[in-house]
Design a binder for this molecule. Structure first.
Ligand code: HEC
Ligand code: HEC
Length: 161
């Protein structure tokens, strides 16, 4: 029992040693959003929800939203060829389509929502890399700090089932 408790403690310490957590990322984006727009008063989960489901037309693919790869319910995991997600989530067409093309093809993609996947939004640089690729793919521009903060704030409202 004590051994287990120590192990748990050790993994908690390891997690916190990595520095970032989702609320800290939200704070960082809030600082930038405030610089972008002095009238910024805070993020909105409702805007984040709409942003997640907004559709963008990709030539040859169709109308695509964040939900096309992260699922309508972002608390769910993805198993290769068992979930309705865009093939390019794992089958990368060219290097610009994935921040880490070598590791793109995997059998499982873990849930997007932090409640279902404690590894999410814990590494600012990783989060930025993925925002960059996915926003350029769908919106043809980088996402603003407002959009990023709204999205994470909405995801944080989703509780584990
Ligand atoms: C073509 C499929 C696809 C689409 C569309 C897509 N993503 Fe992703 N996204 C991925 C994959 C694959 C990963 C990496 C999976 C993993 O980390 O397990 C990822 C990871 C991320 C991460 C990293 C999160 C973290 O810190 O762990 C962010 C942020 C992200 N996506 C944002 C978005 C946003 C915003 C949109 C909509 C504008 C979007 N994605 C649309 C495939 C996609
Ligand atoms: C969650 C990630 C994921 C998604 C999404 C995905 N695949 Fe795959 N796919 C894989 C993995 C992993 C393999 C096995 C590759 C291996 O073992 O080397 C694979 C293999 C394949 C193969 C066998 C040939 C090969 O490259 O090994 C085909 C064909 C294929 N996928 C088609 C599709 C199509 C079509 C879609 C979209 C409808 C799709 N896949 C979506 C992960 C995925």
């Amino acid at each position: 029992m004590i051994g287990r408790a120590l192990l748990l403690l050790a993994s908690l310490v390891a997690l916190s040693a990595r520095g970032d957590n989702p609320p800290q990322l939200v704070e960082r984006y809030a600082a930038v959003a405030g610089q972008d727009d002095p009238a910024f008063t805070g993020f909105s989960a409702a805007r984040g929800h709409d942003f997640y489901f907004d559709k963008h037309v990709l030539p040859g693919v169709g109308a695509v939203s964040c939900a096309s790869c992260h699922l309508d319910d972002p608390r769910l995991p993805i198993r290769a060829h068992r979930a309705e997600v865009l093939c390019r989530a794992c089958h990368v067409i060219n290097e610009t389509e994935h921040p880490d093309p070598e590791h793109a093809k995997k059998r499982h993609i873990q849930p997007f929502a932090p409640a279902a996947n404690p590894e999410r939004f814990r590494d600012f640089d990783k989060t930025e890399r993925y925002f960059d690729v996915n926003c350029r793919m769908l919106l043809k521009r980088p996402c603003s700090a407002l959009e990023k903060g709204d999205l994470i704030v909405w995801l944080l409202t989703l509780s584990a089932e």
